[in-house]
Design a protein around this ligand. Structure first.
Ligand SMILES: [Zn+2]
Length: 484
């Protein structure tokens, strides 16, 4: 069994090509980034077959799951065998940790590995206090994660010579811990803005001239407006790249335009998930963010992950170009090599060539939103990001808005509250209401009641925003095939 653990680490290490090259050089790996589709699939097959055997022997949870599906120790040898493996759902994870506290039996990690090579414990925020879902990672995981993160940052345009300011909290969430180490690996210094308030971060930007800003899309806008209120122009600051995560904003065209104009910077998207795909599962490239002819398409790092789009009802894979919900298999972790984990976000995958030369598949428009956030009104379905795009596409409207969906007079009704962008704006408010209502009708296909309130009335989102409240009884979470 120990031999298999070592084999797995050795295989993963073998594909960390150029890990030890001089700073900067190790981040561009054409052998992997520009591998043919066949070569990528061969790498995935080799990693998947060993990950399967590693889990078969070292993860009691997966052994039970594999045997329950009638699989043998050698049933998975290549990517074509992937669909033999049963899907893993979030609830199973929670049940496993409840039944086998404190770690559950998911992870192949033994206590002795944790004591010898333990790096950090992470947890998600969305569970009960008694059973927070926790994830252990080893220093081996940290190093591999660092390597993939640096490749993602390179694709986003980060280079030695940059200075970064990271406004994510350095807490028990995985968010941006990996990026911190990746930046160090690239020779890029990090100003940790995690524990600082907005005033202090503005001071950091002014005094220490960082060129890369890392935060949520909501906070990009919040911080930029706070700088303006303090008499400074974000577009004239040292920031040249905004790397956003935690919300779909960088792939919402109107939000991306706002942030890029506000900061005079390129805005990139970057996503992952705590359970299976620590960033960068998805990352934009400089070619995609420069596009003005369609949505940003974020690359999926395919030598690190296998991403599948599944039909939400049958859970069968859907062809490229069709929307489905995302399931991910991790191909590198010592502690969490989870296979076919259903993240639940809507994704449309394409493998058409990208202008940057990378051959890895892409998510059209990034992650569109979780299946349970899909809104269904009068037979139409859309994501909150569609509303955000429609409202923020109107320059006269401020950054903040709120939307309430209610069921009154036997009908679903949508109410939007907006602010004018110009604090001095007193005239023309009825026109603004009509303008926004027209934009929403055009995007959603339904009438929306719009109300304008004075600038500054709506609460400001400092981290991640939930601008939509659905007061109706919960509707079916499963959309039909014509969804997004
Ligand atoms: Zn690209």
């Amino acid at each position: 069994m120990d031999d298999l653990r070592k084999q797995w680490r050795d295989l993963v290490t073998r594909y960390c090509i150029r890990y030890d090259a001089p700073a900067g050089d190790h981040c561009w790996t054409p052998e992997l980034e520009m591998a043919s589709r066949g070569e990528l699939q061969a790498i995935q097959s080799e990693k998947l077959a060993l990950a399967y055997r590693y889990l078969w022997q070292c993860s009691p949870f997966y052994r039970r799951k594999f045997e329950g599906a009638g699989l043998r120790h050698d049933s998975v040898r290549q990517v074509a065998d992937l669909t033999k493996i049963p899907l893993t759902h979030r609830e199973e994870w929670l049940d496993d940790q409840r039944e086998h506290p404190p770690w559950g039996t998911f992870s192949p990690l033994r206590q002795q590995d944790w004591l010898e090579r333990g790096w950090m414990l992470f947890s998600t925020s969305g569970t009960t206090a008694a059973f927070p879902r926790v994830f252990r990672h080893t220093t081996f995981d940290r190093d591999v994660w660092t390597y993939f993160g640096a490749r993602g940052l390179h694709a986003m345009g980060v280079r030695p010579g940059d200075i970064s300011i990271n406004c994510f909290s350095y807490g028990t969430s995985v968010a941006f811990w990996g990026m911190h180490y990746s930046l160090n690996h690239m020779g890029v210094p990090v100003i940790s803005g995690g524990g600082a308030n907005t005033e202090r971060r503005i001071l950091f930007i002014r005094n220490y001239q960082p060129t890369v800003l890392m935060c949520t899309p909501s906070y990009c806008l919040y911080l930029g407006r706070a700088m303006e209120a303090a008499g400074a122009a974000p577009a004239e600051s040292s920031i040249r790249l905004v790397i956003a995560s935690g919300e779909p904003g960088a792939c919402v065209p109107a939000t991306k335009r706002r942030v890029e104009q506000l900061w005079g910077a390129e805005m990139h998207d970057h996503f992952g998930c705590t359970e299976v795909a620590m960033p960068p599962l998805g990352y934009s490239c400089t070619h995609q963010v420069a596009r003005r002819d369609g949505p940003v398409e974020t690359h999926i790092m395919e030598d690190a992950y296998i991403a599948e789009a599944l039909d939400p009802e049958t859970f069968e894979p859907v062809p490229d170009g069709r929307p489905g919900i995302l399931a991910v298999s991790n191909l590198y972790s010592e502690a969490q090599p989870i296979l076919r984990y259903v993240m639940g976000d809507w994704i449309t995958i394409t493998t058409t060539p990208c202008g940057c030369g990378r051959t890895h598949k892409r998510a059209v428009g990034g992650l569109r939103g979780r299946n349970d956030k899909l809104i269904k009104i009068r037979g139409l379905m859309f994501f909150p990001a569609t509303i955000e795009d429609a409202i923020r596409s109107i320059p006269e409207v401020g950054d903040e808005f709120r939307v309430v969906i209610d069921h009154t007079h036997d009908m679903d009704q949508v109410y939007a509250t907006i602010e004018p962008a110009d604090p001095a704006c007193q005239d023309g408010l009825p026109n603004l209401e009509r303008h926004v209502a027209r934009a929403l009708k055009g995007s959603l296909g339904i009438r929306v009641d719009v109300a304008v309130v004075p600038p500054g009335s709506l609460p400001r989102a400092e981290f991640k925003a939930d601008r939509l409240t659905d007061r109706r009884a919960k509707l079916s979470a499963h959309p039909n095939r014509s969804a997004p």
